[in-house]
Design a protein around this ligand. Structure first.
Ligand code: NAI
Ligand code: MG
Length: 355
């Protein structure tokens, strides 16, 4: 029987539009190759253009409209003429928080043919999954500003750490580590300087660790973590960190694995009460928008994660192999990887590999 999935596509801004077009081409190719499922894709024209027309990044009932989908494929938001906190909170964070996509999973690996800026490091030595707490912490949106424009103007940006929020992300982290061959988890913290929230974070990590005796785990201060990622990448496997810490570490990870254009991410609602959302980690990249040279690999890899989440394991693995087949070809490097291929060349190479 043919399975059917309803996919919401939100290309949004800048290169988001280009990489989602490429991604949908690849999605339809894998669907055809597999022959056992069909994706019915609905596109939403939300984003900065809509904001310029209506003052809103998406309609008031936008998130409600997404609830009936099986998964969401997201491009990127951000425009040079609109403040970043408006575009980000108006669309991406509004979706993640309302659909309780609290686990943000970010695999990082050096794909075949891709050169890491780290000397002598390849895919055997750098194979990580970073798990980002995606619903609270430093990006909970708590705070305010008073006395605007006056010398005594002040602003607060309050981090929120809850027992429930930390416990669920730690469990997800230990389970993710348990599902990987090395069963190794590093808990990133900053409890030396942040002596309330991060201390609770550490305590709950230790409590949850007792439920997973087969997982080896350690704790690392976030600043020292940047050094370890750079100098001893093979000592890491699964990593769990707060919303802010993981945001920064995963950009570093993406760069160490060759380019921010390759890295994927999944915003998961583990209970499956709401659809999960899949997206490349990069932003709208206005510096290259419209040139047709955006690297779509991060979007393709996000589709790999989406297919796995939907239960299409075989199609997911087949698509990953096609991506690796593409990256191994010297002619398939976009400018971010030092080559001169464009988005269409890379997309065609993956589609051809799937046939
Ligand atoms: P960015 O990720 O858009 O760009 C950083 C650098 O990476 C640029 O040089 C860009 O050309 C390059 N790059 C990004 N994606 C690429 C791709 N697919 N292929 C080749 N090169 C690529 O980050 P930036 O410049 O800090 O932010 C631009 C806008 O994007 C801002 O408005 C920001 O708020 C937004 N943003 C949105 C995100 C999202 O929607 N999830 C994430 C990060 C930033
Ligand atoms: Mg980021």
């Amino acid at each position: 029987m043919m399975k059917k999935y309803k996919i919401a596509a939100i290309p949004a801004d800048g290169v988001g539009v280009e990489v989602i077009d490429a991604g949908l081409e690849v999605l339809h190719a894998i669907e055809k190759r597999d022959g056992r499922f069909e994706c019915e894709v609905e596109k939403f024209n939300w984003g900065s253009q809509l904001y310029r027309q209506t003052g809103e990044m998406m309609p008031t009932d936008g998130v409600q409209q997404l609830r009936s989908f099986d998964a969401i494929l997201f491009g990127a938001v951000g425009a040079p003429d609109i403040a970043d906190h408006i575009t980000l909170w108006g669309l991406r964070l509004a979706i993640c928080q309302t659909l309780d996509q609290y686990a943000n999973v970010r695999p990082t690996r050096i794909l075949p043919g891709i050169q890491s800026p780290l000397r002598n490091v390849d895919g055997n030595m750098l194979d990580w999954v970073i798990l980002r707490e995606n619903s609270e912490g430093e990006y909970s949106g708590q705070g305010g500003r008073t006395h605007k424009g006056l010398p005594e103007e002040l602003a607060t940006e309050v981090s929120i750490f809850t027992r429930a929020g930390i416990t669920r992300i730690m469990r997800y982290g230990f389970e993710l580590a348990q599902s990987r061959p090395r069963k190794l988890l590093t808990v990133v913290t900053k409890s030396n300087a942040q002596r309330h929230g991060m201390v609770l974070w550490d305590e709950i990590a230790a409590e949850v660790a007792e439920e997973y005796p087969d997982v080896t785990w350690d704790k690392m201060l976030v600043d020292a973590m940047t050094v370890r990622m750079t100098l001893d990448p093979a000592s890491l496997d699964t990593i769990v960190a707060t919303n802010l810490h993981a945001d920064i570490l995963s950009d570093l990870a993406a760069a160490l694995a060759g380019s921010i254009g390759i890295a994927p991410t999944a915003n998961i609602n583990p209970q499956r009460a709401f659809p999960s959302m899949f997206e490349p980690i990069h932003g709208s990249a206005f510096d290259i928008t419209g040139k047709g040279v955006a690297n779509p690999t991060g979007t393709f890899w996000s589709i790999v994660m989406m297919l796995a989440h939907l239960g299409e394991q075989e199609a997911s693995e087949r698509l990953m192999s096609a991506i690796e087949h593409m990256t191994a070809q010297p002619g398939c490097r976009t400018p971010d990887l030092g080559g001169s291929a464009n988005t269409a060349d890379v997309t065609k190479a993956v589609v051809d590999a799937l046939r």
